[in-house]
Design a protein around this ligand. Structure first.
Ligand code: A2P
Length: 300
């Protein structure tokens, strides 16, 4: 079975191994030990962070917050390598960052895959536990690689929601677009992580609330049980249901921009649908297109 996360798998690299085995294991004081390990890890861009809170959305989907090294910089929508020390070596996988780059903490959204090498261990994390974070952000899901447009559609399935949580907290996104539409498609309503946050809390945010209320539309949709919005993103677009519900024109390559994050199957189908409508995906970082894509799974 494959282990899911937000973005593609990356193999360990030897430099990462060197970092985790270089820590100070003799120190009795946890903070001294952490500092010493971080001094060594800095050489290989790995940093030890401490879990500050954990939220379980259902029996498999969960998120957690950690401390954030002040030196860590990333762009909203990017991912980081996140992991744990397993048998004395770092075991790292790519996870999109949920927290925005202006926030003081880091936040990640994960799904547990039974018998997966990392996610069951992450699933057991508790506040106070340590995780490893590689400080080299990466990823193609950045608004800078979108051509100017009027409306921005954020299309997510499952834990593909993660990078969009960072993007909907980015004031620059609201400067660039008149409307931002976040469509989150999941099998069951219980899979709608951050539903209350997106529908209730973010619109009342002290700093962003006004922009969010004016520009952001959150559109959750469920495929395998009754729910106000039902159906796959592709079906909702093809049938005209999505634009009808939103009161917006049908997707138009001249005015609309899109960011896609989800399963490979969804990306293939939705990418093909957008291509048929004249959209052009960004070919590579730094080359803007009318949509950008990131896979939302981690390892085979
Ligand atoms: P469905 O229930 O019809 O398979 P998953 O949990 O498998 O990643 O799926 C998350 C959501 O993505 C589900 O609602 C699923 O719908 C939907 N989905 C799966 N494959 C596609 C696809 N090829 N195109 C659009 N949506 C998809």
């Amino acid at each position: 079975m494959s282990e899911s996360a937000n973005v593609p798998a990356f193999e360990h690299d030897d430099s990462a191994h060197a970092g985790a085995t270089g820590g100070d294991r003799r120190s009795d004081a946890p903070e001294d030990g952490r500092r010493a390990r971080n001094a060594v890890n800095t050489l290989v861009s790995l940093h030890t962070e401490r879990v500050t809170s954990v939220e379980h959305w259902n029996d498999r989907v969960f998120s957690f917050c950690t401390t954030r090294d002040r030196g860590l910089r990333f762009r909203n929508g990017q991912f980081l390598m996140l992991g744990l020390c397993v048998d004395g070596r770092p075991f790292m996988r790519a996870y999109s960052v949920v927290s925005a780059n202006h926030e003081e903490h880091l936040e990640f959204l994960c799904i547990e895959v039974p018998n997966g090498p990392l996610s069951p261990r992450l699933h057991r994390l508790r506040p106070g536990d340590e995780v490893l974070v590689n400080r080299k952000p990466s990823g193609t899901l950045v608004a800078d690689d979108l051509l100017p447009g009027r409306r921005l559609y954020l299309f997510a399935t499952g834990t593909g929601l993660a990078p969009f949580l960072s993007i909907v907290k980015d004031p620059e996104v609201y400067e660039r677009f008149e409307r931002v539409v976040l469509v989150h498609c999941v099998r069951r309503a219980a899979d709608l992580a951050y539903r209350h946050y997106l529908s209730e809390e973010l619109p009342r945010d002290e700093f962003l609330g006004e922009l969010v209320r004016e520009k952001l539309v959150y559109y959750p949709t469920v495929t395998r049980e009754p729910f106000p919005h039902r159906g796959r993103i592709t079906s909702l677009i093809e049938s005209g249901q999505l634009s009808g519900d939103l009161g917006l024109p049908a997707l138009d390559a001249a005015e609309d921009r899109a960011m896609l994050c989800g399963s490979e199957a969804m990306l293939a189908d939705l990418g093909a649908l957008l291509d048929r409508r004249g959209f052009r995906g960004s070919a590579r970082t730094g080359e803007p297109g009318s949509y950008v894509v990131e896979k939302a799974f981690a390892e085979k």
